[in-house]
Design a protein around this ligand. Structure first.
Ligand SMILES: Cc1cc2nc3c(=O)[nH]c(=O)nc-3n(C[C@H](O)[C@H](O)[C@H](O)COP(=O)(O)O)c2cc1C
Length: 209
């Protein structure tokens, strides 16, 4: 009999802070609840505090070359990008934790985005515009901002991330927002947890438990 493939969770962290990070702490709770729902889950952690490379000229040229025509150097230029995209593609649920930095996303997260948005693999352009090629799946988007309200004109982060996920085919973005952490971090995290209740209730006991 075939063993059913495990549920895969990909966790991506983007805060520069490893300690005292509100988004990482909230991410721990999201992950805890997800694993409670899926006790057999395989969890992959991609911590962008260990930054990924920026795309460069070689990467752009290799990416635009027909895969069958790529030489060894071009294949090597895409290896890290291939790995990151494979992690994303394999995930049945994604937990992305990120602060707002300078009204947008941290540069390390933008670097990751540049590596996973791959023509022919995660999106393609048609006569009717772009089509995302990844299957839809839930993204628990844990975000924190020191002062900027999410959805306000100065928030160039949350709408951008939703747009990027939709661009590659992922529509099911579940926002867990900690707003105005600079004023009252505890209240802000508490309000994010209230939002999380909607997606993953703390007291939920999975049917298989
Ligand atoms: C470099 C840097 C830039 C920031 N820029 C903004 C900003 O533009 N708008 C804002 O509301 N908060 C800004 N913040 C505040 C963070 O979003 C906030 O402190 C958040 O809680 C950080 O996430 P973390 O606790 O997971 O590290 C910035 C913080 C840092 C360190």
């Amino acid at each position: 009999m075939h063993k059913q493939a495990n549920f895969n969770i990909l966790r991506i962290d983007a805060s520069a802070r490893r300690e005292h990070s509100i988004t990482r702490k909230l991410g721990d709770e999201v992950l805890r609840r997800l694993v409670q729902e899926h006790p057999e889950a395989d969890v992959t952690v991609r911590d962008l505090a260990d930054p990924v490379d920026f795309i460069d000229e070689q990467w752009v040229s290799a990416n635009l070359t027909d895969p069958a025509a790529r030489d060894a150097q071009q294949q090597a230029a895409l290896t890290a990008s291939d790995r990151l995209l494979a992690e994303l593609d394999a995930a049945d649920a994604i937990v992305l934790t990120t602060p707002v930095y300078n009204f947008s996303v941290p540069a390390v997260l933008k670097a990751w985005i540049d590596l996973v948005c791959r023509t022919r693999l995660s999106f393609r352009y048609t006569e009717n515009g772009p089509v995302g090629l990844l299957r839809d799946r839930p993204v628990y988007l844990v975000m924190a901002s020191g002062g900027v309200p999410f959805g306000s004109p100065a928030d160039f982060a949350s709408g951008y991330l939703r747009h990027i996920f939709a661009f590659i085919g992922i529509q099911d973005v579940r926002m867990v927002p900690a707003e105005r952490t600079n004023s009252d971090a505890q209240a802000s995290a508490g309000s994010a947890l209230e939002k999380l209740e909607h997606w993953l209730p703390a007291g939920h006991v999975p049917a298989t438990a």
